[in-house]
Design a protein around this ligand. Structure first.
Ligand code: TXA
Ligand code: MG
Length: 316
């Protein structure tokens, strides 16, 4: 498809237009509290197929289904006791659960990539909530970026990557969390499939047990080595950058850096800034290596470091 991508306001009129586009099988990017999602009607094979086409994404990668509340989730996934407990504690919010798919879920098989599990999420962002309610059905949505690129946290980022390839983007401003949802696998023993916007410590406290690691068999979420990549090379854990490097700081000790994820060393602020900072640095570095200050490996720091390690991984 090559047609102008509409930017819709997050007003009742904008959202009813967005819902109409989804019903007609079109693609609409919309804000969640984590990142912008690229939404399609999850029961419409053609619409879901167009997500893969627009993103240039490998087909075997299954998608997250977005729903307005737990009652809607129960219609498409089988909720265990652990799932109910996590849902009660953290939905709506930046958490995705991988659960056995319900027998009569009615999803396009492209959504689950033929697996007998489905990833489900109840986002908290008011624009996502309102869109899901106005649309009234399950919305399949990966992050709204071309495959392998940095996730979008502003409507402009979506336009940069997908303009002309999707029908519309709903402009809801900057995403407050800024990294993707934490994905918990609950189809077997509870496992962390992807660190994200909900700290792992909070999930483990709620379950009263440590999470396992992703099993080898699981098609690991976004886990291709070089995944969240800017164009410039990236070097991590840099306290003293080289003269020819573009330094991104974190915390008061890095006040000399031309850019910072958080001047005060606040991990929540750093997560919210992360993807925007990588895009901006990519431009300002002008081909030089992007060097990034050390980020502590706890709370949201785990998700930030996970994304940064992917950004720094050797390119395919
Ligand atoms: O914050 C987020 O999670 C955003 C917003 C839009 O919700 N979405 C997002 O989607 O990051 P995406 O497609 O970029 O990443 C979702 C990951 C994929 O890498 C996929 O492999 C994994 O979830 N996934 C989906 N269904 C799965 C399943 N049944 N089993 C294991 N992993 C699954
Ligand atoms: Mg993604």
């Amino acid at each position: 498809m090559q047609q102008p991508t509409e930017t819709l306001p997050a007003t009742p009129e904008g959202l009813s237009r967005a819902a109409a586009i989804l019903r007609a099988g079109g693609l609409v990017a919309f804000p969640t509290e984590t990142v912008y999602g690229l939404g399609a009607h999850a029961r419409d094979d053609r619409a879901v197929a167009r997500i893969f086409e627009a993103k240039g994404r490998p087909r075997f990668n299954p998608l997250i289904v977005h729903l307005p509340d737990v009652a809607a989730v129960r219609k498409i996934a089988v909720m265990s006791d652990a799932a109910e407990r996590l849902a009660d504690a953290f939905w709506p919010g930046p958490m995705t659960l991988v659960l056995p798919v319900a027998p009569d879920a009615g999803l396009s098989p492209l959504v689950t990539a033929g697996l007998d599990t489905v990833a489900v999420r109840v986002p908290e962002h008011p624009v996502a909530q309102n869109l899901l309610r106005v649309f009234g059905g399950p919305v399949a949505a990966p992050s709204a970026n071309p495959s392998g690129r940095v996730s979008p946290t502003r409507a402009d980022h979506v336009r940069d990557g997908l303009s002309g390839r999707i029908e519309a983007v709903v402009n809801g401003g900057a995403c407050p969390v800024g990294v993707e949802s934490t994905i918990i696998g609950l189809a077997g023993r509870p496992a962390l499939l992807r660190p994200g916007g909900l700290p792992v410590e909070a999930v483990e406290a709620c379950l009263g047990a440590p999470l396992g690691a992703a099993g080898e068999g699981i098609s690991a979420p976004g886990q291709l080595a070089s995944h969240y990549a800017p164009g410039a090379p990236v070097r991590l854990d840099v306290s003293a950058p080289g003269a020819d490097e573009f330094w991104i700081g974190f915390g008061p000790g890095t006040g000399d850096a031309p850019m910072t994820l958080s001047a005060t060393g606040d991990l929540v602020e750093a997560a919210a800034n992360l993807f925007h900072a990588l895009r901006e640095a990519d431009i300002r570095a002008a081909g030089r290596t992007i060097a990034i200050a050390p980020i502590p490996e706890h709370g949201l720091g785990r998700a930030i470091n996970d994304r940064l390690r992917r950004a720094a991984a050797p390119r395919p």
